[in-house]
Every structure is written in structure tokens, then in C-alpha cells.
Design a protein around this ligand. Structure first.
Ligand SMILES: N[C@@H](CCC(=O)N[C@@H](CS)C(=O)NCC(=O)O)C(=O)O
Length: 230
């Protein structure tokens, strides 16, 4: 996909979801242990959960499960019993959940200070989330052959960021696990991010396997393809 089309359709996806997953809103207590999410980027149900993670300013360990992949799909089936996405594991509450709206309700109940926003739930969220994926012409859906990293990567991002989406899609199709650091507008994590990265700009990728730190989405995608694409 030409770069201009790539960026324009990613912006269209954000607009189609009315910029859900842009800002932090009413976060509550913080989890002690990291949340784990099995998802794939283009899934509209998974999008609802990722938007909630940004709204609640929560990090998560992402286990990408693109269609045709085995690296984490097989692990999920062993863990939960079926290949259905999203699936959230919350070691803090001892809960593991399939249904997206159950997951969003759980996240707001445990880590929020109020109910989920109306736009984050229901048929409108599913429909607009599907339309958002349609703009992306299937990106972040099907597996591409890849080599597994020895250690998970780290990505600073927020759900509505058009440039971060392009990187998340590539991490997804290559089945590369990563710690997602959400730094939406108003995030309490932004000062630490500024300290760590030198500026507040997303996406920001850290690959501990190669000692690599990068900002630019097109360069990150090229790096991931070169390093992990088979
Ligand atoms: N009601 C479920 C629907 C989840 C769902 O249908 N997920 C699709 C992906 S969008 C799925 O798991 N498909 C199986 C697959 O991709 O193999 C929810 O809200 O979580």
C-alpha cells in the first residue's frame, strides 16, 4: 500500500470510530500485574477492548493472533478452550474473559472510576469498528511468516493513533508479542515516556533483542519486516 494511502486510510479508521481511544478518561486503581490480551488488530471486538485500555490508561501484554497463525492462537485454545478474540487474562482478579463487552465492563469495574463511555459498547461500536477495519483493507488480519523474538518487544502507542495502528498491524501479522504502553492524551504515563524516549511521539518501538529504539512508523515497519519477516 502506498504510504499516503496507508496513512489516509488509518486516519479514516480513527475518524470512523469518532476518535475513541484517543484520550484517558476516569482511570481508577492500577493493576499490580500486567494484563494479557489475545487479539488481532482488525477485529472490531478487539478494538473495543484496546480502546478501553487507552481510556483507562492501562498497559497490556499483547499476544497477536492473526488468522492462520499458530504462535499464540494455539496457546489461547489451550488456555481458554476456543479460538475467539478478544480474550483477556487479568492475573490480578484471577479472571479470564472472552466476550468483548464483558471484558470492557470488567476493565471499567476494576480499573475505572465510572461506567464505560456509551460509544465504547453496543452495535454502533461493532459496526463502526468494522467500518474502520474496512478502510484498512484487511491489514492486521492474516498471518505472515515470521521468526519469533527471544523477548517481547515494547510499543508506546494509543489506540486512535493512525501511525501507531500501522505498526500494530505489522506486529500483529508477524505474530510478534509486545508490551503495549498506552500514552493517550492525559495519560499519567506521559512524563515517564518523555523521560524514557526523549520526546512524546508515538509510535515508539523498543526491541530489546537488538537494542533498537525507533520512532517513525514506516521505518519501524521496515525494521520489523527485515528482522522478523521470514
Ligand atoms: N461476541 C464476541 C464476538 C467475538 C468474535 O466474533 N471475534 C472474531 C474475530 S472479530 C473471532 O474470534 N473469530 C475467530 C477467528 O478469528 O478465528 C465478542 O464481542 O467478543
Amino acid at each position: 500500500m502506498a504510504r499516503a494511502v496507508d496513512v489516509t486510510t488509518s486516519i479514516a479508521a480513527t475518524v470512523t470510530r469518532l476518535a475513541q481511544g484517543l484520550s484517558v478518561g476516569r482511570p481508577g486503581r492500577r493493576p499490580e500485574q500486567p494484563l494479557v490480551l489475545y487479539d488481532f488488530e482488525s477485529c472490531p471486538f478487539c478494538r473495543k477492548v484496546r480502546e478501553a485500555l487507552t481510556t483507562l490508561d492501562l498497559d497490556a501484554d499483547i499476544r497477536p493472533c492473526p488468522k492462520g497463525g499458530h504462535r499464540f492462537r494455539d496457546e489461547l485454545v489451550e488456555r481458554g478452550g476456543k479460538a475467539q478474540f478478544p480474550y483477556l487474562v487479568d492475573p490480578n482478579s484471577g479472571k479470564a474473559l472472552y466476550e468483548s463487552e464483558d471484558i470492557v465492563r470488567h476493565l471499567f469495574a476494576e480499573y475505572g472510576d465510572g461506567p464505560p463511555p456509551a460509544l465504547s459498547m453496543g452495535p454502533f461500536a461493532t459496526l463502526s469498528g468494522s467500518l474502520a477495519s474496512a478502510w484498512r483493507l484487511g491489514k492486521g488480519t492474516r498471518v505472515e511468516p515470521s521468526k519469533p523474538p527471544a523477548q517481547p518487544l515494547e510499543l508506546w502507542s494509543f489506540e486512535a493513533s493512525p501511525f501507531s495502528r500501522i505498526v500494530r498491524e505489522k506486529l500483529c501479522t508477524l505474530e510478534l508479542p509486545y508490551r503495549l504502553h498506552n500514552v493517550g492524551r492525559g495519560s499519567a504515563n506521559r512524563p515517564a515516556f518523555l523521560e524514557r524516549a526523549g520526546k512524546v511521539q508515538v509510535p515508539f518501538l523498543v526491541d530489546p533483542n537488538g537494542g533498537v529504539e525507533m520512532f517513525e512508523s514506516a521505518e519501524i515497519v521496515a525494521y520489523l519486516d527485515e528482522t522478523y519477516g521470514a
